[in-house]
Design a protein around this ligand. Structure first.
Ligand code: 6GU
Length: 256
């Protein structure tokens, strides 16, 4: 997969070269290029912003450096079969989630346009629609100072889903959000720590019982902290419904 990022703070993105994502780059699974927007300016001050038409607080990112940067990225094209996707991090975008991460992980080429100040001149995004599939994207309902951190969040969420990036693909199937539920609680040695015991069933070696126990805990945890996720769940078996009913009626956890 190819990922390009355009930013006035390319150093922010250096963090992606650490850890698993860095390894994926070294192995050629991910081709990540970070471009400095100021390299596409030609005045002495390398200006990327100006005051907003219509007035108001703050500054707006000028159109031309963005157009040149995006044209540069398109010019390095590798004969892709589909339009590359242009992700524009913005608190006004569609909310990014695991489903979108999965969708993006199956694409060939992503470009992230990290805005700063009040944002980018709207005409850039309209113009870019000729060559890119433009997707304004928010990572949650709060405001950041720019798109860099949001881009890093989305790049990490997407690239760990590229086949080969995570050594043990099974670890992808048992994590939070994988099938709409949060993760079960996990424990490691020692079996008793400062007077707290690991749940006995996990020491039993009974794999079917452990799997059921874990699913029960996922259902309860989701009902407790993210009840909004329960409405989107697919097939629930009779036991699932029993666990959720008991949780709702306040009868506590199902242990038998
Ligand atoms: Cl994607 N960008 C910015 N600047 N702020 C945000 C955001 C993105 N998502 C939430 N807040």
């Amino acid at each position: 997969m190819r990922i390009d990022v355009v930013s006035i703070f390319p150093a922010y993105l250096e963090g992606l070269k650490l850890s698993l994502i860095g390894k994926a780059i070294e192995q050629g699974l991910l081709d990540l290029t970070v471009h400095d927007l100021r390299d596409f300016t030609f005045d002495r001050h390398r200006t990327v912003d100006d005051s907003p038409y219509g007035g108001g607080a703050g500054m707006v990112m000028k159109a031309e450096p963005w157009a040149l940067a995006l044209e540069h990225i398109l010019g390095e094209g590798t004969g892709e079969a589909t339009k590359p996707i242009l992700i524009v991090p913005s608190p006004a975008g569609e909310v990014f989630d695991q489903r979108i991460a999965e969708e993006l992980a199956h694409t060939e080429h992503l470009t992230f346009a990290c805005g700063r100040y009040e944002g980018i001149d709207q005409r850039v995004l309209d113009w870019a629609g000729q060559s890119f599939e433009v997707r304004p994207m928010s990572i949650g309902d709060y405001v950041l100072n720019g798109g860099e951190v949001a881009s890093m969040v989305m790049i990490e969420a997407v690239s760990r889903l590229i086949p080969g990036v995570i050594g043990n693909p099974e670890s992808l199937t048992e994590e939070s959000h994988e099938d709409g539920l949060l993760e079960y609680p996990i424990f490691t040695k020692p079996a008793t720590w400062r007077g707290h015991d690991v749940p006995e069933i996990l020491l039993s070696g009974n794999h079917a019982a452990i799997a059921r126990w874990r699913r029960d805990r996922r259902l309860e945890r989701t009902a407790e902290v993210r009840p909004d996720l329960l409405t989107g769940l697919g097939d629930l078996d009779a036991r699932d419904r029993e666990v959720l009913d008991r949780f709702e009626s306040g009868d506590g956890t199902v242990t038998e």
